[in-house]
Design a protein around this ligand. Structure first.
Ligand code: CYC
Length: 169
């Protein structure tokens, strides 16, 4: 698992280079956004259960066939599994926000996920939609908490949705 700093050092070490202007710029941006990223993690921690619950309600409102007989969230066991997955996406996104890097998502969340979902018939499109809803709710929650610049939230969620969509070919 790597954060923005260890990832950068790894890249430069591979080619035996000192940290150049580009490296300094990305380090500067990592530290400049540090307070906002930590605040975002705090807001997510304080509202995680509510965010997951609201995201699931919105997802099932948009796609009610998921909870009807034959839908992938039909039965309490599968409904609960879907909410648990949404909670995973939110929790790991909060780690990635703090790390300033999406590597943790590749290693802990996305690896093998498509195969698992495909073998269980979990639909990717609605899952991607669920992740987008979570992202929007997180950003709204940050604004409510007085954090105007919510851009640090985008990368992890966008990374998950992009990886999941691309892999569903
Ligand atoms: C931390 C990394 C991690 C992830 C991401 C993860 C996902 C994950 N989701 C699973 C199942 C599942 N995932 C869903 C999810 C959904 N169904 C829907 O209709 C919605 C579109 C969607 C929710 C948004 C469902 C319903 C199941 C159970 C499927 C089944 O057993 O039939 C499974 C199969 C095993 C199990 O049921 O626990 C895994 C491994 N597990 C992990 O350890």
């Amino acid at each position: 698992m790597r954060d923005a700093v260890t990832n950068l050092i790894k890249t430069y070490d591979i080619t035996g280079r000192y940290l150049d202007r580009n490296a300094i710029d990305s380090l500067k941006s990592y530290f400049d956004t540090g307070a906002a990223r930590i605040a975002a993690a705090g807001v997510i921690n304080a509202n995680a259960a509510a965010i997951v619950k609201r995201a699931s309600l919105q997802l099932y409102e948009e796609l009610p066939e998921l909870i009807r007989p034959g839908g992938n969230s039909y039965t309490t066991r599968r409904y609960a599994a879907c909410l648990r997955d949404m909670d995973y996406y939110l929790r790991y996104a909060s780690y990635a926000i703090v790390a300033g890097d999406t590597n943790v998502l590749d290693e802990r969340v996305l690896q093998g996920l498509r195969e698992t979902y495909n073998s269980l018939g979990v639909p990717i499109g609605p899952t991607v939609r669920g992740i987008q809803i979570i992202k929007d709710l997180v950003k709204a929650q940050l604004v409510t908490a007085g954090i105007a610049d919510t851009s640090c939230v985008d990368a992890p969620f966008d990374h998950m949705t992009r990886e999941m969509s691309e892999r569903d070919l």
